[in-house]
Design a protein around this ligand. Structure first.
Ligand code: BG6
Length: 508
């Protein structure tokens, strides 16, 4: 595809995201020759850097986090020769004259055709401020070229602030200019959900309440909050992971087939799922939502501090680092099928995956003992690591009689030789450069997901007795999260780093 010449303007350029994700992603695009002939990156933030100081810092980021850490110095320098830096106060309207002048200069020098993407990688308090100033300086008006704005999460901190943010942004630009990013949607394996479901004839007939007993969506992390305690203590796992990433994944698992693979059709089907999520009443909340916070522990010869000891975290914080939810999608396809969603920090391993648990065969002809929990077939769609798909199925143990054993049929992305798998940010930035917003969230969907989590936030805010369970770092979260799962012998899957292994004891 021929991409128009353009500038990517990154606000918050001195921050971690730019260094770890954004510049490495654009560098990957450069190495893969996906960038247009005329392009520049302009980093903007408060810190004073010269172009060369900024480039030196970005070079470190490229060496550490791009997919080409061993690229030749010459290649990196060539790329960085198109990376510039401008120091402004993003809340001062007058400073946008400097930005405007800089863009005019770069535009002439590199024939950018007045096409600009503004990436807001700043603290959320600036999300309404920057577009306002861009607008008042004529930088959001699409007269000559295109003007797009990428907004990072968190998109609001509750339903009301998300609505306000949407309304404010729409004062300064159109919905079609807004690209609300959710990096999970940029992951190949998340996009593959649509292909698995709708490019194969065998899954879809089974993909409903008649054959599926329940569905699990897990995003486990072994790391703690690291150096993000200040942010995280005001967010918590529900806001940080569930309202966005995991509900997006859930919508792809549960949606109907779109009429076409277009942004509009896919967004329409996803929205129907969000609208069908069963709203939580106070009584259901108490039984169906469990939150936890990691506590200090010694695991594998190492000491892990508790959440409350982390830098930037309040010493008596009640912020959750773990959430497990049981919910239902009230529609024709999913009536009565529980969906279990869980996420947590300082769990035994870093894994994100979806597990579809099929109902057992109707009559137990064969011995069930070796079939696992309740003898169910599971389809596991692994998002990361060891990306792939695994089907657990029953097989006869060779020899006398009919002893049945659970075996794995698995496919690993790593087996696809010579296939380049782009990083999530790389894919999403390229899509925005192309003007394709399929993998970005629209404003109404963001509001709908906040609507779903809002009663949980209210409950935790208003009921000081709402339990917050401690769990030792390196464990799978509070024990009672297992009780959420319906059925006497059913538990969560305890995944390991390798897709085909499971078991409670994995690496931390
Ligand atoms: C981010 C959250 O959006 O996603 C982080 O703010 C979390 O807290 C991260 O660690 C997880 O992303 P991934 O791609 O590593 O699963």
């Amino acid at each position: 595809m021929n991409i128009a010449n353009q500038a990517l303007v990154i606000f918050g350029a001195s921050g971690d995201l730019t260094y770890r994700k954004l510049i490495p992603a654009v560098f990957n695009l450069y190495v893969n020759r996906s960038l247009p002939e005329g392009y520049v990156v302009l980093g903007v933030s408060r810190t004073t850097f010269s172009d060369s100081e900024f480039r030196r810092k970005m070079e470190e980021g490229i060496r550490q986090f791009s997919l080409f850490p061993k690229a030749k110095a010459e290649t990196i320098n060539d790329f960085l020769s198109r990376v510039f830096y401008l120091s402004i106060q993003p809340d001062l309207s007058d400073d946008y004259n400097l930005l405007k002048d800089k863009l005019i200069e770069l535009n002439e020098q590199f024939n950018l055709q007045h096409n600009y993407i503004f990436y807001l990688s700043t603290p959320p308090s600036l999300y309404p401020v920057i577009p306002k100033h861009l607008h008042s300086h004529g930088l959001t008006t699409e007269q000559k070229g295109f003007r797009r704005i990428i907004v990072e999460k968190p998109f609001g901190r509750d339903l009301q602030s998300a609505r306000e943010l949407n309304n404010t942004l729409l004062d300064f630009c159109n919905e079609s200019q807004l690209y609300r990013i959710d990096h999970y949607l940029g992951k190949e394996t998340v996009q593959n959900l649509l292909v698995t479901r709708f490019a194969n004839g065998i899954y879809e007939p089974l993909w409903n309440r008649n054959y599926i007993r329940h569905v699990e969506v897990t995003a486990a992390e072994s790391l703690g909050v690291e150096d993000r305690g200040g942010y995280y203590d005001h967010a918590g796992a529900l806001r940080d992971m569930i309202q966005n990433h995991l509900l997006q994944v859930l919508s792809l698992v549960a949606m109907e087939a779109p009429s076409k693979i277009t942004a509009e059709d896919i967004r329409y089907e996803k929205m129907k799922v969000f609208r069908s999520l069963r709203p939580f009443g106070k009584k259901e909340l108490v039984h169906n939502v469990i939150r936890g916070q990691y506590t200090a522990s010694n695991a594998r010869g190492k000491h892990y501090p508790g959440y409350r000891e982390e830098h930037g975290v309040n010493a008596d914080s009640r912020t959750e680092t773990y959430v497990a939810i049981k919910t239902f999608i009230d529609n024709w396809r999913w009536e009565g099928v529980p969906f279990y969603i869980r996420t947590g920090k300082r769990l035994p391993t870093r894994v994100s995956e979806i597990v579809i648990h099929f109902k057992p065969s109707p009559f137990p002809l064969f011995k069930r003992e070796d079939l696992g929990a309740a003898g169910d077939n599971q389809l596991i769609l692994r998002i990361h690591p060891d990306e792939g798909i695994l089907l657990k199925t029953g097989m006869k143990v060779p020899g006398n009689g009919y002893e049945v054993k659970s075996v794995n049929m698995d496919f690993h992305y790593s087996e696809l030789n010579n296939h380049y798998i782009p990083q999530a940010y790389e894919r999403l930035i390229l899509d925005c450069m192309n003007g394709d917003n399929t993998l970005f969230m629209d404003g109404k969907a963001v509001e709908a997901t906040w609507e779903f989590v809002q009663p949980i936030l209210d409950h935790w805010d208003n009921d000081k007795n709402a339990p917050l369970y401690g769990y030792p770092s390196g464990s799978w979260g509070p024990d009672n999260a297992d009780e959420l799962i319906e059925g006497k012998d059913n538990t969560w899957r305890y995944p390991c780093k390798n897709l085909a292994d499971d078991g409670i004891y994995c690496e931390l």
